[in-house]
Design a binder for this molecule. Structure first.
Ligand SMILES: Nc1ncnc2c1ncn2[C@@H]1O[C@H](COP(=O)(O)OP(=O)(O)O)[C@@H](O)[C@H]1O
Ligand SMILES: [Mg+2]
Length: 367
């Protein structure tokens, strides 16, 4: 049971605090992705788990055992980096075998372990080549192979696909997901790419400036973002955030007037004191349609017809930008005004601190 528990991890470099009180319970065999913008502390947190960096405070427990003070090699983890760090003069076979040579394993055992890793990674016919004769994706697989032979309890990946071109990244995403399934291991994967996070993760940790914004499944983050930060980080194109003023707020819902004058009632929990408050209303581009009648008015500035969809960039009166993902053949044109229908049930309301207002619970069914 390779569970990984972090309790109140904090880290400072000198006076600079880069991680603040991070607690996470990662389950056995889970694929967890740490995602967030560059500099938010993802690599530092991963290095602390690996034991390559010491936390300033907090505790790391793997399989129920406190490893906070253990040396990296004692922790039973393997780490794969963005730079593959392969030995150019060694064959693929010897690169994968390297950790086993350090352990001084018998040749038969080395052959068996390298053979199995090569099979999983489809490198069997490449074992006698040198890294220079491989593609970027194959080199990354060799680096992963080197971690597999150590049979770790937890795999750690730090942006392993960043050096690859876009098409290959797509292929490798699928391969890594399959690898996770075939190894049945706990994996923690760091990326700044929300598509990688959404497609590969069982659960995602969104980090912002050294703090956990939210920890949940991809669909939880998409449908129920806890903060404006998460809302704008997950989803493509980004969620629209429209400034608005609360006209009325009750336990039933919050009536808001959006910039430009459109009024709607969103089924989230508010209270009377919010009347007059400045908020932001989050509306995903894919959640709007062309209105039959009146709606949210926007002036179309740029239209990107991608075939299946038309990404429509416009502005609301007053200048707020708004993006809508409309059907491929939608009757829209640059320079024209259109009205958009918005279902308030798809909208999110964020208070001035960026926290989401809780969605109103559907009334319980009476038996
Ligand atoms: N060894 C170090 N000494 C001082 N500051 C560091 C060190 N390593 C990382 N940092 C700082 O910690 C913050 C988080 O860095 P990092 O974990 O690498 O972010 P990410 O991987 O999310 O891009 C950054 O501001 C970075 O400059
Ligand atoms: Mg990093």
């Amino acid at each position: 049971m390779a569970t990984l528990d972090l309790t109140s991890i904090s880290k400072s470099f000198g006076n600079a605090a880069v991680l603040h009180d991070i607690s996470l319970a990662i389950r056995d065999k889970e694929f967890v992705v740490f995602v967030g913008p560059s500099g938010c502390g993802k690599s530092t947190l991963l290095r602390i788990i690996a034991g390559l960096e010491a936390a300033t405070s907090g505790q790391i427990v793997i399989e129920g055992r406190d490893v906070s003070r253990e040396h990296p090699v004692e922790r039973g983890i393997a780490m794969v980096f963005q730079s593959y760090a392969l030995y150019p003069h060694l064959t693929v076979y010897e690169n994968i075998a390297f950790p086993l040579r350090v352990q001084k394993l018998a040749e038969a055992e080395v052959r068996q372990k390298v053979g199995r890793a090569a099979e999983i990674l489809q490198l069997t016919d490449k074992l006698q080549l040198k890294p220079g004769q491989l593609s970027g994706g194959q080199r990354q697989r060799v680096a992963i192979g080197r971690s597999i032979v150590r049979n770790p309890k937890v795999f750690l990946f730090d942006e392993p696909l960043s050096n690859l071109d876009a098409a290959l990244r797509g292929d490798m995403r699928v391969e890594l997901s399959q690898l996770h399934r075939s190894l049945n291991a706990t994996m923690v994967y760091v990326t700044h790419d929300q598509i990688e996070a959404m497609t590969m993760a069982d659960r995602i940790v969104v980090l912002n400036a050294g703090r956990v914004e939210q920890f949940g499944t991809p669909m939880e983050l998409y449908h129920h973002p806890a903060t404006k930060f998460v809302a704008s980080f997950i989803g493509q194109p980004n969620m629209n955030l429209v400034p608005a003023t609360v006209r009325e707020a009750t336990g039933e819902g919050v009536t808001v007037e959006l910039a430009g004058g459109h009024v709607m009632s969103v089924p989230v929990e508010g209270h009377a004191a919010m009347k007059g408050a400045k908020v932001e209303v989050g509306i995903r581009p894919e959640n709007v349609t062309l209105a039959e009648g009146a709606g949210l008015d926007i002036t179309v500035n740029v239209l990107e017809r991608l075939g299946g969809v038309s990404i429509t960039y416009g502005t609301i009166a007053g200048g707020t930008r708004f993006c809508a993902t409309l059907p491929g053949d939608a009757a829209v044109a640059e320079g024209r005004n259109i009205a958009l229908a918005v279902d308030p049930r798809d909208c999110h309301v964020f208070d001035a601190s960026g926290k989401v207002l809780r969605r109103r619970q559907a009334p319980a069914l009476v038996a």
